[in-house]
Design a protein around this ligand. Sequence first.
Ligand SMILES: *[C@@H]1O[C@H](CO)[C@@H](O)[C@H](O)[C@H]1NC(C)=O
Ligand SMILES: *[C@@H]1O[C@H](CO)[C@@H](O)[C@H](O)[C@H]1NC(C)=O
Ligand SMILES: *[C@@H]1O[C@H](CO)[C@@H](O)[C@H](O)[C@H]1NC(C)=O
Ligand SMILES: *[C@@H]1O[C@H](CO)[C@@H](O)[C@H](O)[C@H]1NC(C)=O
Length: 206
Amino acid sequence: MKTTTLLLSLAAAVITSAQDDSSYYNETSAPFHLIVTSEDGRVNDTLSACHIGAAIESLCRSNGNYGSSPTPLQAASFNFNTSIYAEEPVSGLGVGGILTYVLETSYGGVPSSASFSYNPISNLALPILSPGDSDAQIMAFDTQDDLAIQSYTYVDNTATWSNYYRWYTCDTSYSSYRYNALAWGLGASKPDNPSCVAVNVTRVFL
Ligand SMILES: *[C@@H]1O[C@H](CO)[C@@H](O)[C@H](O)[C@H]1NC(C)=O
Ligand SMILES: *[C@@H]1O[C@H](CO)[C@@H](O)[C@H](O)[C@H]1NC(C)=O
Ligand SMILES: *[C@@H]1O[C@H](CO)[C@@H](O)[C@H](O)[C@H]1NC(C)=O
Ligand SMILES: *[C@@H]1O[C@H](CO)[C@@H](O)[C@H](O)[C@H]1NC(C)=O
């Protein structure tokens, strides 16, 4: 009985997320490319959408030259969806929203968004594009157009909001696909994957 209820509610969730107008993050931005740059200039590339399964993609480097990727790849065109109800936690940090992408298929465009895929034995999360927005990771662009994740910490009973920039490009694998792709560091310590290079992720409007 419980299982049936769960399955029904899952089905309802899928249907709900497929309807654009019921989505909270329904206000979309102009299209942009995402540029990844490392401090030493070793990484200076755009991000592409690389196939890793049915209708799912990782955010691979356009010239990653690693694993399953034939390079160079065309830079992907992204959008940032926000809500009329969303507000900046602190002025200057940016409004929370979701990174979106339209997957072109023979049935038309499929609105997709980036969510994090976690692996219990790694301190990295992989941003993955998949249809809908139900699991989307909330992110923000700061005043310099750098992509951040916002969180708060409690200091003396006061919540203090900050932007975090824990992006890396790393040699990654997802099922049988391997790409040099964007990853997020879980916590402040160094990634356990030695191929990772710290990067900033910046949007450049088309
Ligand atoms: C982003 O917003 C546009 C415009 O409202 C909408 O068509 C699209 O479905 C949204 N994308 C996602 C993944 O929700
Ligand atoms: C998004 O949804 C809100 C209601 O929740 C509505 O007021 C607004 O017009 C919608 N925006 C778009 C672009 O559809
Ligand atoms: C990201 O940008 C900030 C300031 O814009 C800079 O201080 C920092 O070194 C940059 N990080 C990387 C990895 O390039
Ligand atoms: C990245 O490359 C572009 C040219 O493609 C150049 O204009 C820019 O200065 C480079 N940025 C860094 C941080 O090396």
